[in-house]
Design a binder for this molecule. Structure first.
Ligand SMILES: [Zn+2]
Ligand SMILES: [Zn+2]
Length: 283
């Protein structure tokens, strides 16, 4: 069983597979909120699960001026997207997962195998909903039997995110807010504090007032807008989101996880939409 420790204001205890040792995560390197450190966000995937528009699946790369970074979600296509973007996957040190659907975490088996075959030595930290380690192991065994138990040169460390409990993830502090999306484990909107900025990301959910809480005061809110106006259980449509736009206390909103219905609307949209490999400065 994983150890879990609450250290003042954040969970910090990680546990390890691949090597028989535990490791305590470093304290957050992020400065206190209010310190203005430029950070940027690259969309390594802005599409839905089914490849609409030829887009990659959900994946965001948040990076600071300190050279640190956090990967947020890692869909099944994300290793390809990293290589398309010229980002060396072996430099990814930590991944935070919104929920355990294949278009949000299915790239991890490929990321781990790529590291194994390219002599990665740097530890990989994965923070996600309860059960994340078992789900990843199961995915690896289905896709590449025997792959989950091999001895690697690098450790894979896990942290289970608990609803509304801040967690230290490298240079960032991540607070998950449970949303409404069936995926075999809790699904979260993720509030990420990094470099004095707040970036909030919601992967998949139907409308919930929790989004208002999660996005309050954010510099940037990246949110799923799956359909234009059609309401689908467990997903969010553009009309519903924009009807609540004034209540979302975020300075900037960018829509992602777009299906063909959204991509066809183009000029009708009165909000920014993400594009694959697009880089956004969070200021
Ligand atoms: Zn999902
Ligand atoms: Zn999804």
């Amino acid at each position: 069983m994983p150890a879990r420790a609450f250290d003042g204001d954040a969970f910090v205890e990680w546990w390890t597979t691949g090597t028989p040792r535990g490791r305590r995560a470093r304290r957050s390197e992020a400065g206190p909120l209010g310190m203005m450190t430029p950070i940027e966000l690259q969309f390594l995937g802005s599409g839905d699960a089914l490849g609409s528009g030829g887009r990659f699946q959900a994946c965001l790369h948040l990076r600071g001026a300190d050279g640190g970074s956090v990967l947020i979600d890692c869909g099944a296509s994300s290793l390809i997207a990293m290589k398309r973007a010229g980002l060396d996957p072996n430099t990814i040190e930590r991944v935070v997962l919104s929920h355990l659907h294949g278009d949000h975490f299915g790239g991890l088996p490929f990321l781990i195998l790529d590291g194994q075959f390219r002599r990665r030595t740097r530890s990989l930290q994965i923070a996600g909903p309860p059960g994340v380690a078992a789900r990843l192991e199961a995915a690896m065994e289905v896709l590449f039997p025997g792959s989950s138990g091999v001895t690697r040169r690098f450790a894979v460390e896990f942290l289970e995110l608990i609803d509304r409990c801040p967690a230290v993830v490298g240079p960032a502090t991540v607070t998950p807010f449970e949303v409404t999306h069936a995926s075999g484990a809790p699904a979260y909107a993720l509030r990420v504090e990094y470099g004095g900025k707040v970036v909030v990301y919601s992967g998949d959910t139907e409308w919930t007032e929790t989004l208002v809480e999660a996005a309050a005061g954010a510099d940037l809110f990246v949110c799923e807008a799956y359909f234009f106006e059609k309401r689908v259980k467990y997903h969010l449509d553009y009309h519903t989101l924009m009807a609540n736009r004034a209540r979302l206390g975020c300075r900037r909103l960018i829509l992602t996880h777009l299906n063909q219905d959204m991509l066809d609307r183009g000029a009708d949209l009165k909000a920014d939409i993400a594009d694959d490999l697009q880089v956004v400065t969070v200021d």
